[in-house]
Design a protein around this ligand. Sequence first.
Ligand SMILES: Nc1nc2c(ncn2[C@@H]2O[C@H](COP(=O)(O)OP(=O)(O)O)[C@@H](O)[C@H]2O)c(=O)[nH]1
Ligand SMILES: [Mg+2]
Length: 219
Amino acid sequence: MATTCSGILSGFGRHGDERKVLALNVLLLGERQSGRSSVGNALIGGEEFQTGVCISGSSTTPEFQLRSRNFQNFFRRQGAESDLLLRVLDTPPMMAHPQNVHQFFPEGVHVLVLVVRANLTNEKTHLEERAEALLGPEWRRHTVLVLTFADQLKKAGLRTEHFLTQCSDWLRALAEKVEGGAFFLDNISDWPSIRGQPLREQLLRLSARNRHGALEVSP
Ligand SMILES: Nc1nc2c(ncn2[C@@H]2O[C@H](COP(=O)(O)OP(=O)(O)O)[C@@H](O)[C@H]2O)c(=O)[nH]1
Ligand SMILES: [Mg+2]
């Protein structure tokens, strides 16, 4: 598995002026009910991913969902304003096979977001194994760990600053391993666009460290 194309594109704005657009493919992985789709909504800044229990009674999103949003003039690079185009893929836990991900992201994955519920961490997840199976040994360089249900930590009197020193060994090890670091998210406060902003910035910083290169997923 190799690093491929950078996500930098150019396009033309409404007035014919050339616009710079950075397109990032973001893959969400997490157990069911971890808050994965809610993280997708925070990233996109809307309510486009279905969350919670489906009408059919099933508690998980049964299929892949790809949503994208362009954030105009999100940042400056090389002295010019650039848009950030986020393409976010929500993957059902049992379907994160390389051939499936490749179908959606043939250019590869720029940022992997691992979603773990901060208030349910006794049982080790198999996210690392899944990440490595999809993206190869370099996966950590492209990964951010998002800890959801931060509101529940607060309720239990735990401070996020101390949480990672007190949590299960496997989670602490994972947080230390991923280059994008850990990010605490309370998915029920604020509007998705507001709560997602610092996370978008963290993703962008990580991608910049990788020169906006993507990790290819071999089908
Ligand atoms: N209290 C709280 N509830 C959350 C949080 N994130 C998600 N939820 C709720 O948990 C349920 C599952 O979230 P969802 O995003 O659908 O999880 P998914 O199955 O991993 O996609 C939904 O009812 C969400 O509203 C959070 O940070 N705090
Ligand atoms: Mg879901």
